[in-house]
Design a protein around this ligand. Structure first.
Ligand SMILES: [Cu+2]
Length: 168
């Protein structure tokens, strides 16, 4: 009897954990684009920049392009890529936007492609949600919310699960 109830308790916790992560992962759809879990990281006081991460899946038959966007708490929104130049990791703006090929998923994640929120107005705190938009050449403007994770977060379970689509 005692063993049973402990097992039931464990099951209840497992269900609770799954429910929690399902709430944590959020997504949006616009035309043939699926936008997975936009997130950012808490910033230290005085920080002037923050980064945004998400996945974009194109289920359509034509490529689309992320050409811009906005972030309620920042003056500017830029799409950046990371490049190794002379052994040093640098980042630069993708001037022509970010192409989302038909039938593919593009992952913006720490250490790679990311959105740069420039001219941050005030610090981002863990667990808040910040409104923003993503502007695509074909799908148009999509309103999203960026979930703010803890400082140093690599994206948690929700973001990591998307990486499986993208191991090429
Ligand atoms: Cu950057």
């Amino acid at each position: 009897m005692f063993c049973m109830s402990r097992r039931e308790l464990a099951l209840a916790f497992a269900v609770l954990a799954m429910t929690t992560s399902a709430v944590f992962a959020h997504g949006y759809e616009a035309g043939s684009l699926k936008i997975g879990h936009p997130w950012s990281r808490a910033t230290p006081a005085g920080a002037r920049v923050a980064a945004g991460y998400l996945t974009i899946t194109n289920t359509g038959t034509e490529p689309d392009r992320l050409v811009g966007g906005s972030f309620e708490r920042a003056g500017r929104f830029e799409v950046h890529e990371m490049k190794v130049t002379d052994g040093t990791m640098t980042m630069r703006e993708l001037a022509g936007g970010l192409t989302i090929p038909a039938g593919d998923t593009v992952t913006l994640a720490p250490g790679g492609l990311h959105i740069m929120f420039q001219e941050l107005k005030n610090r981002l705190s863990e667990n808040e949600r910040v409104k923003g938009t993503l502007v695509f050449e074909k799908a148009g403007t999509v309103e999203v919310e960026f979930a703010v994770a803890g400082m140093g977060s690599k994206g948690g379970k929700a973001a990591q699960s998307h990486d499986h689509h993208h191991s090429h």
